[in-house]
Ligand binder design. Structure first.
Ligand SMILES: *Cc1c(COP(=O)(O)O)cnc(C)c1O
Length: 340
C-alpha cells in the first residue's frame, strides 16, 4: 500500500478529505448494516433534529503506526462504551460498542494510505459521530439517526517543542451539576465557544472551569481533563459527575500506579489548593498530556514549579510511558493497543 504524498511533519489539526467514511442509518427502530462510502456529504432534511435541537454526539480517537510497522488504535472499546452512554443521555438509539469498534477499524483500514508513518509524530484522527436526521419541530427525540465515522490526518501536537500553557479560571461555567458535562455531545462545545474565544482574546490558552454549583472546585477545560502532581509525587485528578471521563486520563492514572509505582487519587480538588501542586497537565487524545505552567485566577498568578519551558518530571514520565505503550516500545496492558 502506498502512502499518500503528505508532508506529515507539517500537518496542522484540520479537516483533510480522505477516501472513505462509514455510514449506518437507524430507521424503523433498527440500525442497518452500514457501508463504506466515498461520498463525504451528508444530505438531510432542513428540519433534521440535529439542526434544530442539537441532538448530536461524537467521539475522538486516533490511529497511528507503531515502531514495528503495525497500524493500531488505542482502547476503542472505551470510546464505544462512552458513546453508548452519550446516546442514552440524549435519548438517541445506542450504536452497540462491538459494532462501533468494527466500524472504526474498517474505516481506518480503508484509509490506510493516510495513516502517518511511525516517527512522524502525526496521526490519523478518527471521528465517530451520530445525529438525529429526520424532521423534528416539536421538541422530542428524532426517530431516525445516522452514525458516521470519518478520518483526517493531523500533525504532531507539540510542533516546535513542548510549550507549557497559561490558563485562566473562567467566569463561565461548562457543565451543570446534573447536566450533560459527562457526555461527549456537541452542545457542550457550542456553549464553550464564547468562553474560549474570550480566553484567547485575553491572552490565555484555555479556560479552567470550576464546578457550577459552588464555583470552588476544579473541573476541567473545554476539552481535556486535569492531572496534578503533589510536591511528594502523588498524582491527583478531580472527581466530579460533570467531568467528561477522559480515556487518556483514566489510562494515565493506571500507568502512574502500575508502571511508575506512584500513588494516585481521584478526589475533589479545590481551586484554593492549586498553589500546593508541583505540576499540572491537561490530558486528552490529541496531546496525551500538555503541561500547564501557570493558572491565572482573576489577576493572581499561580505558577507551578515545573515552569514555563518544559514538562515537569512526573508529567514527562507519564507522557513518555503512555506514548511508549501506544507506539509499541513498552509492553501494553491487555487490550489497550488494537491492531487494524
Ligand atoms: C474528549 C474530551 C476529553 C478527553 O477525552 P479522551 O478520551 O482522553 O480523548 C476531555 N474533556 C472533554 C470535555 C472532552 O470532550
Amino acid at each position: 500500500m502506498d502512502k499518500k504524498n503528505i508532508d506529515w511533519a507539517n500537518l496542522g489539526f484540520g479537516y483533510i478529505h480522505t477516501d472513505y467514511r462509514f455510514v449506518s442509518n437507524f430507521k424503523n427502530g433498527a440500525w442497518d448494516e452500514g457501508v463504506l462510502t466515498e461520498d463525504a456529504n451528508v444530505v438531510i432534511s432542513e428540519c433534521a433534529g440535529v439542526l434544530q435541537y442539537a441532538q448530536t454526539i461524537f467521539e475522538g480517537m486516533k490511529a497511528y503506526t507503531t515502531a514495528d510497522g503495525r497500524i493500531v488504535t488505542f482502547r476503542p472499546d472505551l470510546n464505544g462504551e462512552r458513546m453508548e452512554q452519550s446516546a442514552a443521555r440524549l435519548e438517541m438509539p445506542v450504536f452497540p460498542k462491538d459494532k462501533f469498534v468494527e466500524a472504526v477499524l474498517k474505516t481506518i483500514k480503508a484509509n490506510e494510505a493516510y495513516v502517518p508513518p511511525y516517527g512522524s509524530g502525526a496521526t490519523l484522527y478518527v471521528r465517530p459521530y451520530m445525529f438525529g436526521s429526520n424532521p423534528v419541530i416539536g421538541v422530542k427525540p428524532a426517530e431516525e439517526y445516522q452514525f458516521r465515522v470519518f478520518t483526517t490526518p493531523v500533525g504532531p501536537y507539540f510542533k516546535g517543542g513542548v510549550k507549557p500553557l497559561t490558563i485562566r479560571i473562567s467566569d463561565f461555567d461548562r457543565a451543570a451539576p446534573n447536566g450533560t458535562g459527562h457526555i461527549k455531545a456537541g452542545l457542550n462545545y457550542a456553549m464553550s465557544l464564547h468562553a474560549i474565544v474570550d480566553a484567547h482574546n485575553q491572552g490565555f490558552d484555555e479556560n479552567m472551569y470550576l464546578d457550577a454549583g459552588t464555583r470552588t472546585k476544579v473541573e476541567e477545560t473545554g476539552g481535556a481533563n486535569f492531572l496534578f502532581v503533589t510536591k511528594d509525587g502523588k498524582v491527583v485528578t478531580p472527581k466530579s459527575s460533570s467531568i467528561l471521563p477522559s480515556i487518556t486520563r483514566r489510562s494515565l492514572m493506571q500507568v502512574a500506579r502500575e508502571y511508575l509505582d506512584l500513588e494516585t487519587e481521584e478526589r475533589e480538588v479545590y481551586a484554593e489548593e492549586l498553589e500546593s501542586f508541583a505540576e499540572c497537565g491537561l490530558c486528552g487524545t490529541a496531546a496525551v498530556i500538555s503541561p500547564v505552567g501557570k493558572v491565572v485566577d482573576h489577576g493572581k498568578e499561580i505558577c507551578f514549579a515545573s515552569g514555563m519551558t518544559e514538562m515537569g518530571p512526573v508529567t514527562k514520565k507519564l507522557y513518555e510511558t503512555l506514548t511508549g505503550i501506544q507506539m509499541g516500545t513498552i509492553k501494553a496492558p491487555e487490550g489497550w493497543v488494537v491492531e487494524v
